[in-house]
Design a protein around this ligand. Structure first.
Ligand SMILES: Cc1ncc(COP(=O)(O)O)c(C=O)c1O
Length: 499
């Protein structure tokens, strides 16, 4: 179906009628009054008189963001036109000094690692708990945060992702209390939880902003009806201080485009107003529909759909039911099969898949009809697997491969001499690249980290089943990773005389 233009290809794709169980949260449909935008060319302006400046807001943008802050209960809320990524970079650079130390959960998105690289930070990692029966990551234990902070008093800030891509939420309230005892700020990447701020208690998890985090970043575009790339950053002053807030503002100005899109900013303002006025009720109705969808669990023999039963285990404090994880248990059919099956036979386009699962992202703009289609698709997929041997795929050992040592900081390693090495030869070598299965883009290797045998095995498997591995080079004769050349070469690189 290759066309000569992106638009033509998109038109053809639309014509086939695949339904999007993926981002963006507006789902390209059911766009009501209050959310709808006119022809984008008609509202695409620059900082002409009366329209303020995002990098020094004093007028209409300042007022708009102030209204947003009141709705969210933050001390300050900023519109982000470069996605959550630029908010995460700003939060990290604003809360640390160059060369300082950051504590992060190891399952953070690549933008967190990019912040570490930019500010040349040293890192301490907390590893999420593993839900062994499911083979996925759970939450972060507050006691693990406490241990790290006690042993490393030089840590300047803590970053964690909650919810995870799979919807697992950590106990942010307890974690923030611990972090604050050390007088440092907690940054929470809530990119996948922008809807939390508008849910009723008991429906969706409560936002990290209400649970005590100091900087919270949310991608509006992922789970709410707003254009791709739109996101927001919230700040609370108590532990950041005026100076910390000012530093984050400065970095926002550095990392965001100097030509912020008014189309995006209008979309964000519309989205937040809509959520405040109608969205809360719509979220409640959506939650009801989701609970109905989860009823399908009872009828399935071979596909597991994890629900709230995992709350309270493996560091999972709460769970976002809008992320529908579907895990086939069969000797021959895995998450990749399920994603393809739902696309080909039911015209449902999912967000992503791994070997273990397929993931459908739902939002409050999904109609009952579309959710029913998903329910039927899952049921039919389960029927397809009938009769096959039920073998739960145990891949939780993959995560042991993550628990590795680093010989250099990320910033040191990226500038060291490196070479391509066949994947099979990489065990024991130090990675020179970020390597991540995409989506979701969580690096399983970062520059400077030692590559374990288990990691080589896992990457080989991922490659064989066709997952996209960013940071690896595929050639005709196999897959290669960029590894550091011998350690001694560091002397050459850093020696001012070149010796
Ligand atoms: C957990 C997480 N954080 C941050 C981001 C970056 O968000 P954005 O695409 O809005 O820049 C992503 C993107 O997928 C993500 O999955």
């Amino acid at each position: 179906m290759k066309k000569e233009s992106i638009l033509d290809q998109l038109k053809e794709y639309r014509g086939i009628g695949y339904y999007p169980f993926h981002m963006p949260g507006h789902k390209r449909s059911n766009i009501e009054e209050g959310l709808a935008l006119p022809n984008p060319f008609l509202i695409d302006i620059t900082e002409i008189e009366g329209f303020d400046n995002l990098h020094q807001p004093e007028g209409i943008l300042k007022e708009s963001m102030k209204r947003a802050a009141q709705i969210y209960g933050s001390d300050e809320t900023h519109y982000l036109v470069n996605g959550s990524s630029c908010g995460i970079l700003s939060g990290i650079c604003g809360c640390t000094s160059p060369g300082g130390k950051l504590l992060i959960s190891r399952n953070c998105h690549k933008s967190v690692y990019h912040g570490i690289l930019l500010n040349q930070l040293q890192t301490e990692y907390i590893y999420p708990q593993i839900i062994k029966d499911l083979g996925i990551q759970g939450g972060i234990l507050p006691e693990d945060v406490e241990k790290k902070l006690k042993n490393h008093p030089e840590i300047q800030a803590v970053v964690m992702v909650s919810p995870t891509y799979e919807g697992m939420v950590s106990d942010i309230e307890k974690i923030s209390q611990i972090v604050h005892r050390y007088h440092i700020p907690l940054i929470v990447d809530e990119a996948h939880g922008a809807h939390f701020s508008f849910g009723e208690e008991g429906e969706f998890p409560i936002s990290a902003l209400q649970k005590g985090a100091d900087v919270v970043i949310q991608s509006l575009h992922k789970t709410l009806p707003s254009l791709t790339q739109t996101a927001i950053l919230h700040m609370k002053e108590k532990y950041l201080g005026k100076e910390g807030m000012e530093r984050i503002r400065r970095y926002l100005s550095i990392f965001q485009s100097s030509s912020p899109s008014y189309v995006f900013m209008i979309s964000m303002e519309n989205c937040i107003r809509y959520m405040e006025q109608k969205g809360r009720k719509r979220l409640s109705q959506f939650h009801q529909k989701l609970m109905d969808l989860y009823e399908i669990q009872k009828k399935l023999q071979h596909i597991i759909i994890p629900g709230n039963e995992w709350i309270g285990q493996a560091g999972v404090y709460d769970k976002d039911s809008s992320k529908i994880l579907m895990m086939p248990e069969s000797s021959r059919k895995n998450g990749v099969w399920l994603k393809d099956y739902l696309k080909v036979f039911h015209h449902l386009e999912l967000e992503m898949c791994t070997e273990r699962y397929s993931l459908a992202l739902t939002s409050l703009l999904d109609s009952q009809e579309s959710l029913d289609k998903l329910k039927r698709g899952i049921y039919m997929a389960d029927q397809e697997i009938q009769g096959e041997e039920r073998i739960p795929l145990n891949i939780s050992q993959d995560f042991e491969a993550w628990n590795t040592t680093s010989a250099y900081t990320i910033a040191e390693a990226v500038d060291m001499p490196s070479q391509l090495e066949r994947l099979e030869q990489c065990a024991g070598r130090l990675s020179a690249e970020f390597v991540a299965v995409y989506p979701p883009g969580i690096p399983c290797l970062v520059p400077g980290e030692q590559i374990s045998h288990k990691m080589v095995e896992a990457l080989t498997r991922y490659w064989k089943i066709g997952l996209t591995i960013m940071g690896a080079t595929v050639q005709e004769n196999g897959m290669f990773l960029k590894v550091l050349t011998e350690k001694d070469e560091r002397v050459t690189v850093y020696s001012p005389t070149g010796v």
